[in-house]
Design a protein around this ligand. Structure first.
Ligand code: IVH
Length: 699
């Protein structure tokens, strides 16, 4: 307890004012510059209040200099968001030579290339840093953004400008707009020196060079970034306006080099899977001596026309793939097994491990997947196990070291009830195969608190509603306090808090500022893109890609809701409509119908829609001549494969169907077309040749 200000002598007040000033300044630096506060906002606010009260009671103190008043202005609170003109995608992975061959084969098949036609691939190190998109207009660096969720990143322009090897002005004749993409990374040497400096200064050290690079690039104060030795390799691009600098991947990267951008000297051109794998093996041998972390090799089809034709599936290109180095492993002891309840009730066993460093990161949890996996590997509590982690994936248990098994280790018995709500936990039987699902699920549904919390976490997560300040910890806290039970409660939190005596700002870990920021973040999400909203609902089997498909198909939420309700009848047109959305199919259509036909969900949706407005979806290519048209391909195609034709049509916003009906808009018929052509002619469907189709879409 501190003495009331009025009872202090001037000397006491002066001493406390000096002490508080220094303490507040330390916390300011920890919070604003290091992103690592060491006290709660509430405690910080209390220090501030006392400091201000002292100055009020003893006005002479206010005239004294104090570090608590800050030197210069506080850095910005957070980064502005930037929408990528062209999304920043991720890569599919392969792990061995056979999978590399499959990748090459897949590319050839998709393009319909005969054995005589060569396809070249670039091979280059996969840098373990963080990707960044740098926009040049008329050769001048104007903007830089992190990848973020692939569609929207953070504005790190000021920070990127401090990276010495990134030119502020490109050399030579670059396109009018050039978005260069590549990896920001830190070398081993700089990483070790930075950690030594941090440790000496009593600051936090970083687990690995990638975290150090990410932490450095995401400094709110670019003066801090400037002190961190960051590097960059350019390997890809986003929007380009003006003539393309080259017609191949290799040529593009060479052009980047000519513009003065740093590129990786280890990139090579390969002409077969065997050459690609040989490069991978060579690089693996040289890996330790490179001076920076890599986690594999990236192969890319060299010819840009091929890249264009191959396009993307979901969020990864068909024309590129990452070949990952084998995972890093370590040995440790399994202390316990805990059951986690997912948002759909799935019970996942998690191994609690004696903490161990695997490939530079401390691991204390590993997934055990499901009960069959535990039985198959005969994993018991107390066992010594081999753990591995590869890239970003959750650490896994590879095997038990049997020689080290303690005498009292007993097989693990998987609970038949949900640990959170006590409801029966069952393994559903597949109607068709008669086999039990590998996953045991809690049957508690809406009464299970663990499922409710997980649904809330999913709702707020980055690729869903993306509500900043509502992370897993905060959600658990609000749920426990009874303040947020369902998604709609999030949006009524502020008025309820205003009316309540137990204000959130008074809870441990919160403060005036963080509560204000949280309410602002919630307010900002009252309007949200339709696809995010659908994904956020957590409908079983509806991930991001399918949410996007539904959003694109229905355009606005009410259209989806109406159709999904009607789709409760499996024989309805609505069910058929959802079923026919390219990529969706019957299992998903049923899951969508189930969700919207559930009475509780309906009620919660009404509450939620009173607070949140999903904005209609922008169609993929709303201006293409085939947007919204239902197209059927039949007969032999001569200019591209069926798969390619379908992907291209979908990219342009068309729906590709396998059968002709009255709803079909266009039938593209090649030589050998049979019954579909007849049916189309009977139904009065517009029929065209492959060439006519290509002319129409301007390909
Ligand atoms: S190409 C559309 N090349 O790996 C494909 N990515 O796992 C764009 N990465 O998000 C990526 N080195 O951050 C490419 N030489 C390289 C890379 C590379 C590292 C990262 C990149 C990407 C991630 C995908």
């Amino acid at each position: 307890m501190s003495i009331p200000e009025a009872s202090l002598t001037p000397a006491q007040a002066r001493a406390e004012h000096a002490r508080l000033g220094a303490e507040i300044a330390t916390h300011d630096i920890a919070y604003h510059q290091n992103d690592a506060p060491t006290i709660s906002d509430a405690d910080y606010d209390a220090l501030r209040r006392r400091f201000d009260a002292l100055e009020k009671a003893f006005p002479e103190l206010a005239a004294l200099p104090s570090p608590a008043r800050g030197v210069g202005s506080a850095p910005a609170q957070k980064f502005a968001k930037i929408r990528h003109a062209v999304p920043m995608l991720s890569l599919g992975n392969v792990f061995d030579a056979t999978e590399v061959e499959d990748f090459v084969e897949r590319v050839r098949r998709f393009l319909g290339l005969g054995p005589e036609t060569p396809v070249a691939f670039t091979a280059e190190p996969k840098i373990d840093g963080l990707s960044c998109s740098i926009r040049y207009e008329n050769g001048v660096l104007i903007r830089a953004a992190t990848r973020g969720d692939g569609f929207e990143g953070e504005d790190v322009t000021a920070n990127v400008k401090t990276i010495g090897e990134i030119p502020h002005r490109l050399h030579g004749a670059a396109p009018a707009v050039l978005e260069v993409r590549g990896e920001v990374y830190m070398t081993h040497k700089d990483f070790a020196a930075l950690n030594a400096r941090q440790a000496a200064a009593g600051e936090k050290t970083f687990a690995n060079p990638r975290n150090a690079a990410a932490g450095s690039l995401r400094q709110l104060d670019s003066a801090m970034t400037a002190q961190r030795p960051l590097h960059f390799f350019a390997y890809a691009w986003g929007e380009i306006v003006g003539p393309m600098p080259a017609t191949t991947q290799h040529g593009m990267v060479t052009a980047f080099k000519g513009f003065g951008l740093p590129t990786n000297a280890r990139m090579v051109l390969c002409h077969s899977a065997a050459e690609m794998v040989a490069f991978f093996n060579r690089l693996g041998e040289d890996r330790a001596g490179l001076g920076y972390d890599i986690d594999g090799v990236v192969y890319k089809a060299d010819n840009l026309d091929f890249q264009e034709r191959l396009g993307f599936v979901s969020r990864a290109p068909r024309w590129a793939v990452a070949h990952k180095f084998p995972a890093e492993q370590a040995t440790t002891v399994l202390r316990d097994i805990e059951i986690q309840v997912g948002r759909t009730g799935s019970l996942t066993p998690v191994a609690k491990l004696e903490p161990v460093t695997v490939g530079g990161v401390v691991v204390s949890n590993a997934t055990l997947h499901n009960e069959d996996e535990i039985a198959r590997k005969d994993i018991r509590i107390g066992d010594t196990v081999v753990v591995q982690r590869a890239g970003d994936v959750i650490p896994q248990i590879v095997r038990v070291i049997m020689e080290k098994r303690p005498a009292d280790a007993r097989p693990y018995e998987f609970s038949q009830v949900c640990p959170a709500c006590g409801s029966a936990a069952i393994r559903e039987i597949d109607e068709k195969t008669g086999e039990a699902d590998v996953v045991r699920r809690c049957t508690g549904g809406l009464i299970c608190p663990a499922q409710a919390v997980e649904r809330l976490k999913h709702f707020c997560s980055r690729n869903a509603m993306d509500i900043e300040g509502l992370g897993d910890k905060q959600i658990e806290f609000f749920y426990e306090k009874g303040l947020i039970k369902t998604p709609a409660d999030i949006f009524t939190l502020e008025p309820r808090d205003k009316a309540s005596l137990a204000k959130i700002e008074n809870y441990e870990g919160f403060g005036k500022l963080s509560v204000k920021n949280l309410f602002a973040a919630i307010e900002a999400r009252r309007s949200v893109e339709l696809n995010r909203f659908i994904f956020a609902l957590g409908i079983r089997r509806i991930g991001e890609t399918n949410a996007r498909r539904l959003a694109r198909h229905f355009g606005d939420f009410n259209a989806l809701r109406t159709a999904a309700r009607a789709a409760g009848d499996p024989a309805s047109d609505a069910r058929a409509e959802i079923n026919n959305i390219s990529g969706v199919g019957n299992v998903l259509a049923e899951a969508v119908a189930d969700f919207f036909c559930e009475e509780h969900n309906e009620r919660e949706l009404d509450r939620l829609l009173a607070e949140v407005t999903p904005t209609p979806m922008e169609a993929v290519a709303s201006d293409s001549p085939v947007t919204g048209k239902i197209v059927v391909f039949t007969g032999a195609l001569e200019r591209m494969t069926r798969e390619e034709a379908k992907a291209q049509a979908e990219r342009l916003g068309a729906k590709v169907s396998g059968s002709v009906s009255k709803k079909t808009d266009i039938l593209v018929a090649g030589p050998g077309a049979g019954s579909k052509l007849t049916r189309a002619q009977e139904a009065g469907v517009r029929v065209m040749s492959e060439d006519e189709w290509l002319a129409m879409i301007g390909a």
